[in-house]
Design a binder for this molecule. Structure first.
Ligand SMILES: [Zn+2]
Length: 256
């Protein structure tokens, strides 16, 4: 069999597109723009976000500048198909006299979706398996947006794992909050050290390389002082020490 005749017999292929960058780089806005474009082309789009992020309404995706789109808030991606199935199941139960055509439409609900958008992808551990299956076998176009690095610029979740099977990768930048230059990194303004700390501009700021390096030095110094005082930021054990740290940090972030 020639290659061209094999090509003709192949099913239409799916696609994987990845949008990464620091916080406040407009990743969700870029995702919503893609949704609008895909919808305008007549394709059915489903949007998924992590149920870990409860800062905004659970059933909609909201950008930092207030744009909204309905979505599924899920703990993991594998539950997407189950959830779609469950919903179809409930609808079938509640409509005994549903026609076979409608029944078929509900049962094969996933097949009707052409494009699956995933926001805050760093929170989904099953990202690689889900994207590969959906694109390679289910003919879906997958558009993923997420942080490529955490506040220490280490790989965050599974986002970098889907670079090899992706069709395109876009790295967006923000504006450094301290100097206005292009920002590639996210600086955490609080002393907590857990990798996942969900927050907005109260906790994070986009920064250029130089301000990232300077900011990390200041934050490490603050953490060391707190550690030496054996003070937890949330405790009332030594309020004065904690208050002093925050005065220093405020001074740094305002003065630089
Ligand atoms: Zn800067």
């Amino acid at each position: 069999m020639s290659l061209s005749s094999m090509d003709r017999r192949c099913k239409p292929a799916g696609e994987i597109h990845v949008i990464v960058g620091p916080m406040f780089a407009g990743k969700t806005t870029a995702l919503l723009r893609r949704i609008k474009s895909e919808s305008n082309s007549g394709r059915n789009v489903a949007m998924i976000k992590s149920s870990k992020d409860t800062r905004y309404a659970n059933d909609s995706l909201v950008t930092h500048d207030g744009l909204k789109f309905p979505c599924w808030a899920l703990p993991d991606l594998s539950s997407f198909q189950h959830k779609l199935g469950d919903d179809a199941y409930l609808k079938i139960l509640s409509t005994d006299f549903m026609s076979w055509k409608m029944l078929e439409t509900h049962v094969t609900g996933l097949l009707l979706i052409d494009v699956i958008c995933i926001d805050e992808a760093q929170f989904f551990d099953d990202l690689y398996d889900f994207c590969c299956k959906a694109a390679d076998h289910d003919e879906k176009t997958i558009i993923v947006a997420g942080l490529d690095g955490d506040y220490l610029r280490r790989s965050f979740g599974s986002v970098l794992d889907i670079i090899p099977p992706a069709d395109t990768i876009t790295k967006l930048t923000a504006r450094s909050e301290l100097c206005g230059k292009r920002a590639f990194f996210t600086l955490r303004k609080t002393v907590g050290t857990q990798t996942e700390l969900i927050g907005g501009s109260d906790v994070y700021m986009p920064v250029c390389r130089q301000h990232y390096i300077n900011g990390q030095v200041v934050m490490e110094a603050a953490r060391s002082v707190l550690e030496s005082c054996k003070v937890q930021p949330d405790s009332h054990a030594d309020f004065a020490a904690v208050a002093n740290i925050y005065v220093i940090l405020d001074f740094y972030f305002i003065a630089i």
